[in-house]
Design a protein. Structure first.
Length: 300
């Protein structure tokens, strides 16, 4: 009997757990059985999928392809069974979504009650993080990302643009004065980020050229909402997306500085996902529902 789906499940568990022994524990199998099963798959395919060492496992190029295709195949298999059990007209299942904290809280979360009215059988598995996730390893269906996209086999749908502003509270500016030139940033407490893609510079376009200004501050946060709250607490200057501080600026809780000196500082926002004709219907309807509404949100 052909049990390739079961082999794929074991392979995915090995990759995601990082070891044969841990995968065996989770699956209720012995490590030797798991190892022999993976070797059998490699022998049948005629390629090595996993490089083994005493310290860690790593996927070969062929293993990356097998991992990606196995995920898609098993997700489709789950979808087929769900549709047959619930009726062909029912759209259901789980959509795993990763989004930055600010965009998730302000833009995406308010859309979910309306989404569930239209699609009550879809479970939204939502994670808020300003870190960039690996869609393959984290088994994420859709990630909403701010900034430059790396080259990959993923599909991206543009949502809009985040126009960054430098802001501070009126109380902070009353104590320290408002910077009038980019050079004056060195005198200020500039709040920053600590995630891996963050760098301690603010790339500011001044008089037609980009000036990468090194900044220093008393806070390095792992998400924009923490940095925003510290700016509201009169701690220092923050460089934030306009959608994130729109309400604070309108209410006067925060004030923009250097807006008349620096030119537009912006990053594009995309929905990134594993595309192609095999995209599960639950993922497709989620994208089609939220993308145009997020575009309206970002446009103010």
């Amino acid at each position: 009997m052909d049990n390739r789906a079961g082999e794929m499940q074991v392979f995915l568990r090995v990759v995601e757990s990082g070891s044969f022994s841990e995968a065996a524990r989770l699956l209720g199998m012995t490590p030797s059985t798991v190892s022999k099963l993976i070797s059998r798959v490699e022998d049948r395919l005629g390629v090595r999928l996993i490089e083994r060492s005493t310290r860690r496992l790593s996927l070969t190029a062929e293993g990356e392809i097998y991992y990606e295709r196995s995920q898609t195949f098993l997700q489709d298999l789950d979808q087929i069974e769900q549709e047959l059990s619930q009726g062909a007209a029912a759209t259901g299942g789980r959509v795993r979504v990763n989004v930055s904290v600010a965009l998730g809280v302000l833009g995406l979360e308010p859309l979910l009650p309306e989404f569930w009215k239209a699609y009550p059988n879809i479970v939204v598995d939502l994670s808020l993080s300003d870190e960039i996730v690996d869609l393959y390893l984290d088994r994420t269906d859709i990630a909403f990302r701010v900034g430059r996209l790396p080259d990959s086999g993923m599909v991206a749908r543009r949502i809009g643009t985040a126009h960054r502003k430098i802001v501070a509270s009126p109380a902070y500016l009353a104590r320290h004065g408002a910077p009038r030139t980019v050079d004056e940033l060195s005198r200020h407490n500039c709040l920053g980020f600590n995630f891996r893609r963050a760098v301690p510079v603010w790339p500011l376009k001044e008089r037609g050229r980009v000036v990468e200004r090194v900044v220093h501050g008393s806070l390095l946060g792992n998400n924009g909402e923490t940095v925003r709250r510290m700016a509201l607490a009169d701690v220092g200057l923050a460089r934030m997306g306009d959608y994130h501080v729109r309400a604070d600026l309108a209410a006067g809780r925060l004030v923009e500085v250097l807006g008349d000196v620096i030119e537009r500082d912006e990053e594009e926002i995309h929905a990134v996902f594993l595309g192609g004709p095999r995209m599960p219907e639950r993922v497709r309807v989620f994208l089609d529902f939220v993308v145009p509404r997020l575009q309206q949100f970002l446009n103010g």
